[in-house]
Unconditional design. Structure first.
Lengths: 398, 539, 519
């Protein structure tokens, strides 16, 4: 990747899709993601949300950090990097992984793609090159950033399968969740993975930046038959909470950038204990996590449904009305499809257990006037929203 | 000849002397500040040495000044305006450059332009440095405990220190000790690979110190420059509009508004002691002024060896004062320019000329500059911290003209055979040649240049050996060891005598904390209400 | 394949490995010591050189300090033939005047002024007291700063007590002032004579990539003084290594020379044995590494078996050697200006001034050899004529600063460097170059090759403050245990560092033998 020294003139970079979606933006409401200018809201939040839940949404994923991990020791290297047992991962498959520092605190999470025996891609929210190279010491493996060399689109929603088929991408009917295919869209080679951050049926498309616009045009050409919307980060935030996905750096601090002692979190504490396999062989943080596993739980990120319809926002959690303060809400959304207040909260355990009752105390505004309210919270163990069509193969309507 | 009598006399109108005096005056003490020069501010001055130009001819940026003091003395209303400095950069020998931009995206992309891994490592580096900043900042406006004392107050202060340290995890404690004892080069090499990036971030750690980038203890000095903040932007540097004289001017104005009296051209020859108690001062003119409290803003060596009678100072203290490490190592050029010099390596619209410019792009060049100084030579290839503040402060130069300040490491206290005017000018030429290598029109634009070696800094301002920190900021001279173990609580060897200069905790830089802490101790001894501010909470 | 199972396998039969093995064997453990080279002793072993290998001398450590009484008694070293040897004085040479001679208590000779002679005893005593105040730290495992384990609290308390009350208030203040600073400033405060200052400064910097002006050299010197607390240095006589080996063997330990370990076998984060270069695997209850910690972790364990940041921190350990060893076979005794033949039995220094040392050091920072190096010279054949053929002598010279990473490479520049060194020596000992029959230069690169010390560093890592005490070799492995269960460290890379003291080996053994330490 070549960066010109004149970059200071344009502080925010543009992805290869920028020109295409800039013309679609009705609001000109932009956000910054990894140094790129991307839409926060394109149209209206409601339109974008329902595009994911009942139609087809398109989102520019290019700013996501992508790393190529390649070489004879690539498998051993990623195995020592992540907490999860990768023995079931094989070429053509994707898996969700989380990785920790030596203290067993989460650095970041992401998706790990295996293309062939010795070639992987790791996608993450935060900058990881330094950590990955540190983790590659002692392995015969090459690691490079390919964030700027691979353009990516997320196409998500119940009609996404039909849309992609109509756009000319053949061969998706037997692509199972977490599978990867190397396909074409017209003459454009495109890698498709059945992955996403929406909790709905959906695909992620990976393409050479040179062909980015051609792919884009092919998809948006289907707008004559299907309702397709470019969506921004705000709609994504709603659907990812509904799907129960957590976001490092937002719902909890990433270990490498945590300044205060005790403000970082282990995978157990953020509810990712299922992705930790202590007996899989050595990985970074194993010793610390083994010790933590032996102790009673002290806190957990917990999915909760908050009673009522008032926007909860940032709030403390108590064991009851005027009870003991035991936690705080990290992210929240009103779910239009569930008609409920959803939240993910960081909650202190009492005696190794989630407190029996949870109440949120929050402030909200009515016509610029602040009020305080209490609402009971109901912990959930499953994602809030998991439509059945999400994981069907072939997808419904095929 | 005996003159008027005061509650307190502060010797030296440096920024710490003035700060100290301002808090004493605020507490209702009749306070007099005595300054040997005809101008006020000590090393915090703006001087018109070439008609139409104002030079901040000693200290030149303002970042460490504690916002608590700014706020407590209402310096904004006394005319102080600190504008954030937005960039810093290093020119490379190959025609390229590395810039550290104010804009976080540009900063990251510039790091990526040089080294992709370093750009990511910077995230870890920033968090770690921030952690140490938070820790150290908690100690700035406090009096260090005395390890030789068993008084409850010292025990309490030690407990506070320990408590702050134990807010760190075990590994962070070890990391902090490493940070405290490592060289800046080795510390940075834990994060970065790129030569220029390493050199760029190392520079701040050698400013003002007689150590090289590979000398243990220099990593901490980085913090001393990074922990300042301008409006909450940790590590940001600022410029005082009107030059550094605006800082001392505002403090002096606050002091006078509280009823304080300031006398220039009044050099103190002796602190008068009677019955093991300070009673006043005698000026070089022979005039005597009496006061219950005498505070010295001079550096610790000067205070005890020059203006105190040896009979009033315990021999062990005198020995420590002589041993106190005040190694002068810096020079300074202040240059009046006929126009803005051009730097062909930079695009025309680059914002980087607005900030610090450096011309040493490898650690080896920086270390060799230090080797020269160890051999009592000025660096043949020096580290020059160069700024052109007239780009956004029109008060510094006539319209269309510019003012450049160049802070130089290293410059010896005494080159072989001693300083002469001719050697001083050769030193200046060395620096000018270095800058001219990157700016072809620079030399032709020079209208006037003031060249200052440690000799000038000592002779004019009274900084021993021209050390800008009034004593090295090495770990043997910090906290309860500053200036000396057993004398770190601002009190001198006789009753009523105090120290308030940068020789005392927490040290140099235009910070105001030593003066403030000394005022707190004085008011405490006098059982007066405390007029000094408490530190803003970091949490 | 063998099915032998040992309670402990100690890697490396350097003196620290042997000390540790001795203690463990005496505690009833079945101990095997594996040594890669054919001879035991590591850097303290004997080395032969010359065309017909007719000369021999101590490989690297040509001086020895009397070992601690406790160590001598615990391992019954005297009964196994250990002798401290005859003490030597330090004679610091000048080209054109009498030498300055330093003993533990006084100094004499040469150009010394009365003030220096008068100041020396008090100065020496004071710094020996400082070193004694640190003894509680040196003689046990470094305490942890948090989560203190057994004994840590008492280490802190004993240390605090010694510093505050053992030294007294004034001395304590002085100690706090000097503990972290450079030896250059301290010496300039006290002495005038350049050679006297340089001789003391030499002890503070030798073996490390430091010059007299490097902050932290006072602490390095205190560590050295601590190793001198049982008496002045003597010429190495080889009895220590032999006694340690016999003591360990008598207690049941097995010592296998020529037994190279290829890797430490780690299963599920736990060391279970060692794999030998020949393919054989030995099971072990614990593995104790007496070799360089960097080699232990990165070569024998391997970064993949460690946490990523820990492995990265191991890689960041500083320890590039800057001292070479020049071995000269001589036709007869050399004649140094200003001294008589009897003084050749002492330790000779060529270090005319602190500035000279500092300049010599400067070059090494940039991968260059010193233009005017610093020399520490002994003539071992005077004490033991059997080391050289009849009528001949062997001279052992430590040379600083010769950087491990010499620009242009050692192979290409070796002979030029040797010529340069001989020319330098010639100016102090006219005619010496023509007396040389055979010579050998061990550069730091050779030391790495022959003695396994990574980057040829004497102390297996700089004795800088940030690599001392609970930071040696690095935190997380500073209490002799490591992140790999049942793997321990006992080399000079550990606290309290280098010098032939046996302390790292002894402290490590005590740590291993703590109740409940090995589960």
């Amino acid at each position: 990747m070549k960066i010109d020294s004149s970059h200071f003139r344009q502080p925010l970079a543009h992805t290869p899709f920028y020109e295409a979606y800039a013309s679609l933006s009705k609001t000109e409401n932009w956000a910054t993601w990894n140094g790129y200018k991307v839409p926060r809201i394109v149209d209206t939040l409601s339109v974008e949300y329902f595009a994911v839940r009942s139609g087809c949404s398109v989102m520019d994923l290019t700013p996501m950090e992508k790393y190529r991990i390649e070489g004879p020791d690539a498998r051993a290297c990623v195995d020592r990097l992540v907490t999860r047992d990768l023995s079931k991962l094989r070429p053509g498959r994707v898996t969700y992984v989380v990785w920790c520092n030596d203290d067993g605190k989460v650095i970041d999470d992401g998706t790990l793609f295996q293309f062939d025996e010795h070639r992987y891609r790791l996608c993450s929210q935060h900058h990881q090159l330094d950590w990955l190279l540190m983790s590659a010491d002692g392995f015969d493996v090459e690691i490079a950033v390919e964030t700027h060399d691979v353009a990516a689109l997320a196409v998500q929603g119940p009609t996404s399968y039909s849309v992609l088929g109509k756009a000319g991408i053949a061969g998706l009917e037997d692509l199972e969740p977490f599978g990867i295919r190397e396909l074409t869209c017209g003459s454009v080679p495109v890698v498709v993975s059945r992955t996403g951050y929406s909790g709905d049926l959906g695909y992620e498309l990976w393409v050479d930046p040179e062909h980015a616009i051609a792919l884009w045009d092919a998809i948006f050409a289907v707008r004559d038959s299907y309702d397709i919307h470019l969506i921004g980060l705000d709609a994504l935030e709603m659907v990812r909470i509904e799907a129960g996905f957590i976001m490092p750096g937002f719902d909890f601090n990433c270990a490498e950038t945590t300044i205060r002692d005790g403000y970082d979190r282990s995978p157990y504490e953020v509810g990712l204990g299922w992705a930790v396999h202590l007996d899989k062989g050595h990985f970074t943080g194993r010793r610390a996590l083994t010790a933590e596993k032996a102790r009673p739980a002290t806190r957990r990120l917990t999915k909760i449904v908050v009673d009522g319809n008032k926007p909860v926002g940032e709030a403390f959690i108590y064991t009851g009305r005027n009870g003991k303060q035991v936690g705080e809400i990290k992210c929240t959304t009103w779910s239009p499809i569930l008609k409920a207040n959803l939240a993910i909260a960081d909650i202190d355990y009492i005696g190794g257990k989630l407190p029996d009752a949870l109440w949120a105390r929050f402030d909200y505004q009515r016509e610029l006037k602040w009020r305080t309210a209490w609402a009971e919270c109901h912990p959930q163990t499953k994602p809030f929203y998991t439509p059945e069509h999400r994981s069907k193969t072939p997808p419904a309507g095929a | 000849m005996t003159g008027k009598s005061y509650d307190a006399i502060v010797i030296g109108a440096g920024h710490n002397g003035l700060t100290n005096a301002a808090f004493l005056a605020r507490a209702g003490l009749r306070t007099l500040v005595l300054e040997k020069n005809h101008y006020t501010g000590g090393a915090t001055v703006s001087r018109e040495l070439h008609e139409g130009w104002k030079y901040s001819n000693c200290s030149y940026v303002c970042s460490l000044f504690r916002p608590e003091i700014y706020n407590a003395l209402d310096l904004g209303r006394h005319g102080l305006k600190v504008i954030p400095l937005t960039a810093s950069m290093t020119f490379k020998q190959d025609g390229d450059y590395f810039g550290s931009y104010h804009d976080p995206h540009a900063r990251r992309r510039e790091l990526m332009r040089h080294n992709l891994r370093d750009a990511d490592a910077a995230v870890r580096f920033d968090a770690d440095v921030m952690r140490w900043c938070r820790l150290i900042r908690g100690f700035l406006l406090r009096t260090p405990p005395d390890p030789g004392s068993f008084r409850p107050r010292d025990a309490f202060e030690f407990a506070y220190l320990l408590k702050k340290f134990y807010e760190l995890s075990e590994n962070q404690l070890y990391e902090f000790i490493r940070f405290f004892t490592m060289s800046i080069a080795e510390y940075l090499e834990n994060y970065f690979e790129d030569e220029t990036i390493l050199a760029h971030y190392s520079g701040g750690s050698i400013i003002g110190t007689g150590l090289g980038v590979y000398s243990p203890g220099t990593a901490y000095v980085l913090l001393h420059h990074a922990m300042g903040d301008v409006d909450g932007n940790i590590g940001a540097w600022g410029f005082a509009r009107g030059g550094m004289g605006a800082v001392s001017g505002a403090i002096a104005s606050a002091f006078q508004a509280h009823g304080g009296e300031l006398r220039n051209d009044a050099e103190v020859a002796r602190i008068l002691v009677s019955g093991n108690k300070a009673v006043g001062v005698r000026l070089t003119s022979g005039e005597e002024l009496m006061a219950r409290i005498v505070v010295s803003n001079l550096d610790a060596r000067r205070t005890f060896t020059k203006i105190m009678d040896a009979n009033d100072v315990p021999p062990s203290l005198l020995e420590r004062a002589r041993q106190f490490k005040i190694r002068g190592s810096s020079g300074k050029l202040n240059i009046a320019l006929d126009g803005m010099p051009t730097f062909p390596a930079l695009p025309d619209d680059s914002p980087l000329t607005l900030g610090h410019m450096h011309f040493t792009d490898t650690l080896e060049r920086l270390e060799r500059a230090y080797d020269d100084w160890k051999d009592d030579r000025w660096s043949a290839d020096p580290y020059a911290d160069t700024l052109i503040p007239s780009q956004y402060d029109p008060t510094l130069a006539p319209p269309g003209k510019h003012m450049m300040t160049v802070f130089v490491q290293y410059c010896p206290v005494e080159p072989d055979g001693g300083w002469t005017d001719e050697k001083r000018d050769r030193f200046g030429r060395t620096v000018i040649d270095q800058i001219a290598d990157y700016s072809p029109d620079f030399k032709d634009l020079i209208l006037h240049a003031e060249i200052r070696t440690p000799r000038e800094l000592e002779d004019e301002v009274g900084l021993t050996e021209g050390n800008i920190f009034q004593g090295e900021l090495t770990f043997d001279q910090l906290l309860f060891n500053r200036p000396f173990p057993g004398y770190a609580q601002y009190r001198g060897p006789v009753k009523g005598m105090y120290m308030c200069g940068s020789s005392t905790h927490p040290g140099g830089g235009v910070m105001g904390a030593p003066g403030t802490n000394a005022a707190r101790e004085i008011l405490r001894d006098l059982r007066r209400p405390d007029t000094t501010p408490e530190a803003f909470s970091d949490d | 394949m063998t099915t032998d199972r040992y309670d402990a396998v100690v890697i490396g039969a350097g003196h620290n490995g042997l000390v540790c093995a001795g203690y463990l064997a005496n505690a009833g453990m079945r101990v095997l010591v594996c040594e890669a080279s054919p001879a035991i002793g590591g850097m303290a072993a004997e080395r032969r050189f010359g065309d017909g290998k007719q000369y021999s001398l101590p490989a690297l450590a040509h001086l020895q300090f009397p070992v601690a009484t406790t160590l001598r008694e615990d391992l019954k070293l005297d009964s196994f033939g250990y002798s401290a040897g005859d003490p030597v004085e330090t004679v610091t040479l000048a080209r054109d005047s009498e030498p300055v001679i330093l003993g533990a208590e006084n100094v004499r000779g040469g150009t010394l002024g009365d003030a220096d002679i008068a100041a020396y005893p008090d100065f020496s005593k004071r710094y020996r007291e400082f070193a004694a105040a640190l003894a509680p730290l040196f003689e046990t495992k470094p305490p942890r700063l948090r989560n203190p384990a057994g004994g840590d609290r008492s280490t802190f308390m004993r240390l605090g007590w010694k510093v505050r009350f053992g030294l007294g208030r004034e001395n304590m203040y002085e100690f706090l002032r000097v503990a972290a600073i450079n030896v250059y400033d301290v010496l300039n405060e006290v002495f005038d004579d350049e050679r006297l200052k340089a001789a003391i400064a030499f002890d503070a910097v030798i073996g490390n990539a430091m010059g007299p002006r490097t902050p932290g050299t006072v602490l390095a010197w205190l560590q050295r003084l601590h190793s001198e607390r049982h008496g002045p240095p003597a010429l190495s006589n080889g009895t220590l290594v032999a006694a340690l080996a016999r003591s360990a063997e008598t207690a049941g330990a097995v010592i296998r020379p020529g037994c190279e370990i290829e890797r430490i076998v780690v299963e599920n984060g736990r060391a279970t044995g060692v794999a030998l270069a020949g393919g054989e695997t030995l099971e072990a209850g614990i593995v104790v590494s007496g070799i360089d910690p960097r080699a232990t972790f990165l070569r024998l364990v391997g970064a993949p078996q460690l946490d990523a940041m820990f492995a990265n921190r191991v890689r960041q350990i500083r320890g590039a050697g800057v001292v070479g060893k020049l071995h000269l076979g001589l036709e007869g005794l050399p004649e140094f200006s200003g001294i008589d033949a009897s003084q050749l039995r002492d330790r000779l220094l060529i270090a005319p001034s602190m500035r000279h040392i500092e300049r010599a050091f400067n070059a090494s920072k940039y991968g260059e050899c010193s233009e005017h190096p610093v020399f520490e010279i002994t003539v071992p054949s005077l004490a033991d004529p059997s080391l050289a053929p009849e009528g001949r002598h062997v001279m052992s010279v430590n040379v600083a600063y010769l950087p491990f990473g010499l620009k242009g490479g050692w192979a290409e520049n070796r002979s030029a460097v040797v010529r340069h060194l001989l020319a330098e020596l010639e100016s102090y000992a006219p005619g010496i170059a023509s007396q040389v029959t055979d010579h050998e230069l061990l550069s730091p690169a050779d030391i790495e090759r022959d003695y396994g010390a990574v980057e040829g560093h004497w102390h297996h890592g700089e004795l800088s403050i940030h690599q001392s005490l609970m930071l040696r070799p690095l935190y997380g492995a500073a209490q002799y245990d490591t992140p790999v269960e049942r793997l321990y460290l006992c080399s000079a890379g550990c606290h309290p560092g280098g010098g032939v003291t046996g302390l790292p080996g002894r402290n490590a053994a005590k740590r291993i033998l703590e109740p409940g330490a090995v589960s």
